[in-house]
Write a protein that binds this ligand. Structure first.
Ligand code: ZN
Length: 303
């Protein structure tokens, strides 16, 4: 039996991979973020004795070639060769996939991108991430970083002069003006503060927008314009058939509709169907994607 894990900064979710290819979530525990030995004990406990292999979706960058994880919000895993050390500690095979890649794979194989050649799955939440799947194969790239469109100081906060008052925000990666710093939920909050001076959460901003509030509407217009401009470059580069979205902001379907319409108005190709849509696995892409990685890597379980 293979046990799949979705490991985030707050919780570890887990469940067994079933014969039909789905992962039945059986529970969650808090992530022991700063203690490696407690972390290993938690994985061993959740997997149980019958587990012969482990497949992990990890909320952080992971370089398969070096085995090193880059996950600042789980300090005990950061810069550690997690796969090798877990295999040594648990005595069974361990597979690790970045969580955005796991989501993109879930969408490409079993979700909104099923049967479609190019699927670019994106995360819009506390951060901005993504994963690229072409013809059912995850594109990993150098250092496992392919699909990570959130970083690089490329954002023009004025959107070509159309927007005023938005700063070049600093990003967690050490640069300024990253897509992550502007188009994440925190970015939306920063835009609102830049434009209106007040501090609201992204949830409060979107709720006020839905209620017709003028200030929130201005914020959402700026946010979706900046996000759509960034996405339009990726659409022209990758030619995706679908861009499924996960992360906290994906719960707001009206927000995604607005982003979708703006993106399709900016790109070269003619998309007659919605392109940016909520992912079928927006809630459990990590677990389902970890299951697909196990199915395809370890074999033995057919979908
Ligand atoms: Zn950055």
């Amino acid at each position: 039996m293979t046990t799949c894990f979705d490991i985030g900064g707050t919780y570890i979710r887990y469940g067994a991979l079933q014969e039909d290819g789905a992962v039945a979530e059986s529970g969650r525990v808090e992530t022991p973020g700063s203690d490696w030995h407690r972390f290993v004990a938690a994985i061993e406990h959740c997997a149980g004795k019958d587990s012969s292999a482990i497949s992990i979706s990890l909320a952080g960058a992971y370089d398969e070639r070096s085995g090193i994880a880059d996950v600042a919000n789980i300090p005990c895993l950061h810069k550690r060769p997690v796969r090798q050390e877990l295999e040594a500690a648990l005595g069974r095979p361990v597979l690790i996939t970045n969580d955005a890649n796991a989501f993109a794979l879930a969408e490409a194989v079993d979700g909104t991108g099923r049967g479609k050649p190019v699927v670019f799955g994106i995360i819009l939440g506390s951060g901005v991430g993504g994963g690229l799947v072409v013809n059912g194969e995850l594109v990993k790239g150098v250092g496992g970083m392919a699909g990570e469109w959130g970083h690089g100081p490329i954002m023009d906060p004025t959107a070509g002069g159309q927007l005023k008052g938005i700063d070049h925000y600093s990003c967690g990666c050490g640069q300024t003006g990253c897509i992550d710093a502007v188009c994440s939920a925190r970015g939306m909050e920063r835009i609102h503060t830049s434009l209106h001076g007040s501090r609201l959460t992204s949830k409060e901003i979107t709720e006020a927008w839905h209620a017709g509030d003028a200030a929130a509407t201005e914020t959402i217009d700026a946010y979706t314009t900046l996000l759509a401009r960034a996405l339009s470059v990726l659409v022209n580069t990758l030619g995706p058939d679908v861009i499924p979205v996960s992360g906290g902001l994906s719960n707001d379907v009206a927000l995604l509709d607005l982003v979708d319409r703006k993106v399709r108005s900016l790109v070269l190709a003619q998309y007659t169907e919605p392109l940016v849509i909520r992912g079928q696995f927006a809630e459990n892409g990590g677990l389902h994607g970890a299951g697909i990685v196990a199915r395809t890597t370890l074999g033995g379980v057919t979908p």
